[in-house]
Design a protein around this ligand. Structure first.
Ligand SMILES: Nc1ncnc2c1ncn2[C@@H]1O[C@H](COP(=O)(O)OP(=O)(O)O)[C@@H](O)[C@H]1O
Ligand SMILES: [Mg+2]
Length: 394
């Protein structure tokens, strides 16, 4: 997302109007290096006409070696041959006269293409981001809570690029959970299915502090039906090109949209709780995933509220579901309190046992699968109560 350096608010606002939504403005070049080091995806800096020319040249010079793929575009009231020559010599990519928003927008577009081409060349090959989908056939089990916390754990305070996609398309609550107020959502990509690219998606993302991006769900439930499977797969495939991890929060369903997301997914984090209806539904859902051959070796079970033993102990879950829970997250008021305070628990209290368990799960999802293969888990006799016996008990 571009960043504008301009001390005059009126001029800064005018520049922002010709730039993609989400563009930030800062008043001086002093904070530029800090900003750029925290934003590895920053592809262009626009230096406004009120910034002293010497400061602008210094900023160009500083970024030339530290961030060669990012462009600096100078906006100047007067563009003389001398101004132009000195700016280019300092490392500016372009000098644009002020008062021409279309030239500013075109320069930003060129900067973006250059950045993509350079980065594409640098990361050609199988360097695409990993898609992790958090799913459960039941609502209220902690999908959103876990998706948000897993995303933040993966982001490691901005060290890795993470995008959280809210695919609970009718009742998505990622934004409210993170206290974000998105101006755009996946809804704004409807109709552009064939033209989705990184630039388009960039304009639809909402940053969560400096740590990760969020693609919000539509603000109205009716919109869900207009989000096609093609749109979902294009969005996910495009996000893969720029993010290290794409964490997808989902609706408690196996509808076409969710199945599309699961098809695009590298690792599925299935959330279960210890109540009988949830375990029954998870079991049936796993059989459906088996039938559809969806990610057979890439499913990970997260047991949330694992201490809420309402008749079934956590140790029996493996026998019932044929999967060993890779994470057991206890029930804690701290989880909801952190969420309500707008700071999910992994950020608010990284040493909390729940944060540590989430971080451990995040590293399992990020790296190689460490759980025993599914067949072994089913066969484990010590904990495996026959599934049929369990259902008979009900
Ligand atoms: N481990 C936990 N301890 C306490 N409360 C939790 C825990 N996990 C989730 N919650 C709370 O349960 C509620 C439902 O969680 P949510 O993540 O929205 O579920 P889902 O997305 O599956 O519908 C929220 O109020 C959340 O704060
Ligand atoms: Mg949810």
């Amino acid at each position: 997302m571009p960043v504008v350096v301009e001390p005059d608010h009126v001029i800064a606002d005018a520049l922002l109007r010709s730039l993609p939504p989400g563009t930030q403005a800062v008043p001086d070049t002093g904070r530029v290096h800090g900003w750029m080091s925290q934003h590895p995806d920053e592809y262009v800096m626009l230096i406004g006409p009120s910034v002293p020319f010497s400061d602008a040249l210094e900023a160009c010079d500083g970024l030339r070696l530290t961030r060669p793929a990012a462009s600096v575009v100078l906006v100047r009231d007067e563009v003389s041959t001398d101004t132009f020559a000195r700016a280019v010599a300092a490392g500016a990519r372009e000098v644009v006269p002020s008062g021409s928003p279309e030239n500013v927008a075109a320069a930003v577009d060129r900067a973006y293409r250059l950045f993509s081409a350079l980065r594409g060349a640098a990361s050609a090959g199988p360097n695409e981001g990993k898609v992790i989908t958090v799913w459960s056939p039941k609502g209220g089990v902690g999908k959103t809570t876990m998706a948000v916390n897993l995303g933040l754990a993966l982001a490691e305070k901005g060290a890795r690029r993470v995008c959280l996609v809210d695919l609970d398309l009718a009742f998505g609550d990622v934004s409210i959970t993170m206290q974000l107020f998105p101006t755009h959502s996946i809804e704004h990509a409807i109709g552009s299915e064939d033209a989705i690219d990184t630039a388009l998606l960039d304009g639809l993302l909402t940053p969560h502090q400096d740590s990760m991006m969020v693609l919000a769900a539509p603000s109205h439930p009716d919109v869900r039906d207009r989000i096609s499977a093609t749109l979902i797969s294009q969005v996910i495939r495009t996000l893969r090109q720029t993010f290290d991890f794409i964490v997808v929060d989902t609706a408690p369903a196996l509808d076409e949209q969710t199945l599309t997301a699961l098809d695009e997914t590298d690792e599925i984090c299935i959330v279960a709780t210890l109540d009988v209806p949830t375990l029954k539904n998870v079991k049936v859902a796993l059989e459906t995933l088996d039938m559809l051959n969806i990610a057979p070796d890439h499913r990970h079970l997260l047991l949330n509220r694992a201490d809420d033993e309402v008749g079934i102990s956590a140790d029996r879950v493996e026998g019932i579901l044929g999967m060993r829970p890779e994470a057991r997250i206890a029930t804690s008021m701290d989880v909801a309190a952190a969420t309500n305070a707008g700071k999910p628990i992994v950020v608010r209290n990284p040493h909390h046992p729940i944060s540590l368990a989430v971080a451990e799960m995040a590293s399992q999802l990020a790296g190689q699968r460490v759980a025993p293969p599914r067949g072994e888990a089913v066969a484990a006799p010590a904990t495996a109560a026959p599934a049929r016996g369990f259902w008979k008990r009900r």
